[in-house]
Design a binder for this molecule. Structure first.
Ligand SMILES: CC(C)(COP(=O)(O)OP(=O)(O)OC[C@H]1O[C@@H](n2cnc3c(N)ncnc32)[C@H](O)[C@@H]1OP(=O)(O)O)[C@@H](O)C(=O)NCCC(=O)NCCS
Length: 156
């Protein structure tokens, strides 16, 4: 299936399985697990961005999880963020994060955190996240930083 980077995108909830192909191609190109603990938890939700022809060009997962660096009443983790190289820079990543943060807020979440690849930290900053850790390494993946965004103004 081909995709047209100029076509309007839609973002909606998807099964975990829908996200695996892009996770593998973008996040684990050299191999490694593409199914993760929590993928099938009832509280977890996955989003897929699709072109008009139905091609999945972006994916992300949100799940309730304690934040390693900040206290919060209802923290959520963003994980598995990936967009197809053919659409990067056209708003797919933004659409997924904006939609996901709204859905987390609707579910009562007050903070969203992620382990951000250093190369993607600027993207998350554009989405309202702040770097809150030193750089750390994830073996086989590379340097990361911890980032958070506050949905309620209440975390300390
Ligand atoms: C990071 C990634 C998800 C961004 O997706 P995208 O579809 O290109 O994002 P968008 O087009 O919606 O970009 C939104 C904004 O962020 C900016 N941006 C995108 N990627 C960026 C980056 N790596 N660094 C700094 N800014 C970035 C865009 O220029 C745009 O800016 P704007 O506010 O002026 O419009 C995508 O590049 C990707 O999948 N990268 C490889 C996998 C990866 O690193 N995932 C994150 C794992 S933690």
């Amino acid at each position: 299936m081909t995709s047209d980077a100029r076509a309007p995108l839609t973002v909606d909830e998807a099964t975990a399985e829908v996200t695996y192909a892009l996770r593998g191609a973008v996040l684990r190109p050299n191999g490694g697990e593409i199914t993760w603990a929590g993928d099938e938890d009832p509280a977890t939700f996955h989003l897929a961005a699709r072109t008009a022809d139905g091609a999945v060009v972006g994916v992300v997962r949100f799940s309730p999880a304690p934040c390693p660096w900040r206290s919060a009443a209802a923290p959520w983790q963003l994980r598995g963020m990936a967009t197809d190289a053919t659409v990067r820079g056209t708003g797919a990543g933004r659409a997924l994060v904006v939609d996901g943060l709204a859905r987390v807020a609707d579910r009562g979440g007050d903070l969203v955190w992620c382990d951000a690849r250093v190369a993607a930290a600027g993207f998350y900053e554009r989405m309202g996240f702040t770097v809150v850790t030193e750089e750390f390494d994830k073996p086989g993946i590379g340097p990361h930083v911890g980032m958070v965004t506050n949905l309620s103004g209440q975390y300390t």
